[in-house]
Ligand binder design. Structure first.
Ligand code: ATP
Length: 397
């Protein structure tokens, strides 16, 4: 086992800069996930660590060893790709033990390790089969087994689950995590799937266009994204981004006004007419049922009837109710339902702001019955609001 350190690594392909100055250190035994959209450079980083690609500049260490000029086979790393290449004429046992055989390890030790690895991956009853007699998930587990049997210092996994169907992917993902907990081998895992990143990682490195956007544990990255790219990339459904204009202590979102909470106002240095992008996660939006202004009016009336108090008290109450009503209304948006996706335990709703192209994702309970065309009043939890600079994407709140 070893730590892995990248210092100011760059990679250019002719005129294309795939990797721009990447620096990070993965402590021994941790599971790190490199995540980002297609072309962000994650596979290139992994291939450089594996020794299948050379860095244009910068230093790469595995343990204390500078490995820039060390060939792949001497780096003591094992890599598993999306397209696991198993030897079709060999049995599962022979495939798993192949790397050890090449290293001329004692036959007895190979046998022992193959049996142990197969057991840990639930492949022990399949050792005599050939790859074509296995399901896709089993084949992928054999590829993982071959890497594990070598007991390398570092595991490098490049989208190893993306060929599996959804259920198998979930199962194999959980097995991988369990395996890492047992073996404790430093692991670097590349994926564009944010669920894999969130569920597997000790630390996530979010990449975009060859640059690091943020490094952190999954919870921190989710709760405190550094910029709009990170905010939109992690989370499913993704964070809603609402273009807005600051005006008279409110955010104007396509003609609807959202009051700016005091805490936001204190921190933001906005001027009249400034543009910004508001970010709010689907789970921080609630449906008002019935629309909250109606609800409050009914509430106000009944309170007025029920309580007979002095005129002064009544007028005070009225004022405070008015304030409450105003606050509630000013964290509301009226939207039109476009799509309803019932998922059983929850329902995903896509709804558009009238007169605008902005569509919101809303995540509500499973028992909601709505149809496209329905108008909804949404309550936004403005304490959970993010504000981004629309030009740079940087988070300003
Ligand atoms: P994906 O998820 O689609 O595999 P990725 O994040 O792994 O993408 P890389 O494969 O690392 O991205 O590629 C990063 C950038 O480098 C891309 O713009 C890609 O086109 C470019 N690139 C990668 N390999 C080469 C190459 N051999 N020659 C030229 N450009 C390359």
């Amino acid at each position: 086992m070893a730590n892995v350190r990248l210092e100011e690594i760059k990679r250019r392909f002719n005129n294309v800069t795939a990797i721009e100055d990447i620096t990070f250190e993965i402590p021994d035994g941790e599971f790190w996930v490199l995540v980002g959209p297609s072309g962000c450079g994650k596979s290139t980083i992994l291939r450089m660590i594996a020794g299948l690609e050379t860095a244009t500049s910068g230093k790469l260490f595995i343990g204390d060893r500078l490995v820039n000029n060390i060939p792949a086979r001497q780096r003591d790393v094992a890599m598993v790709f999306q397209n696991y290449a198993l030897y079709p004429h060999m049995s599962v046992a022979q495939n798993i033990g192949f790397g050890l055989q090449m290293r001329k390890i004692d036959r007895k030790i190979i046998q022992e390790r193959v049996v142990n690895v197969a057991r840990s991956l639930s492949l022990d009853h399949l050792l005599d089969r050939k790859p074509k007699q296995l399901s896709g998930g089993q084949q992928q587990r054999v590829a993982l087994g071959r890497a594990i049997a070598r007991q390398p210092q570092v595991f490098l996994l490049d989208e190893p689950l993306s060929n599996l169907d959804a259920q198998l992917r979930d199962e194999t993902r959980a097995e991988l995590k369990q395996l890492h907990q047992t073996l404790g081998i430093t692991t670097i895992y590349v994926t564009h799937d944010q669920v894999e990143a969130m569920t597997l990682a000790d630390k996530i490195v979010v990449l975009n266009r060859g640059r690091i956007q943020q490094i952190g544990d999954p919870q921190t990255i989710y709760a405190s994204p550094a910029n709009q790219m990170v905010a939109s990339f992690l989370g499913s459904p993704p964070m809603n981004i609402l273009p807005a204009i600051y005006q008279n202590n409110s955010f104007d979102v396509s003609g609807q006004l959202l009051a700016i909470p005091a805490v936001v106002k204190e921190k933001l240095q906005l001027r009249q007419g400034d543009s910004c992008d508001l970010g709010i996660r689907p789970e921080h939006i609630f449906i008002n049922e019935p629309p909250s202004h109606q609800l409050l009016e009914t509430l106000g009336e009944s309170v007025g009837v029920r309580v007979s108090v002095s005129e002064r008290e009544a007028s005070e109450r009225e004022a405070s109710e008015r304030e409450e009503r105003q606050e509630a209304n000013e964290s509301q948006l009226i939207v039109e339902v476009k799509l309803v996706e019932p998922l059983g335990r929850e329902t995903l709703i896509r709804a558009a702001l009238p007169g605008s192209a902005v569509v919101l994702n809303i995540q509500v309970g499973g028992d909601v019955r709505l149809r496209p065309g329905d108008r909804l009043s949404l309550q936004l939890d403005l304490n959970q609001l993010f504000v981004f600079d629309p030009k740079t994407g940087d988070r300003i709140l």
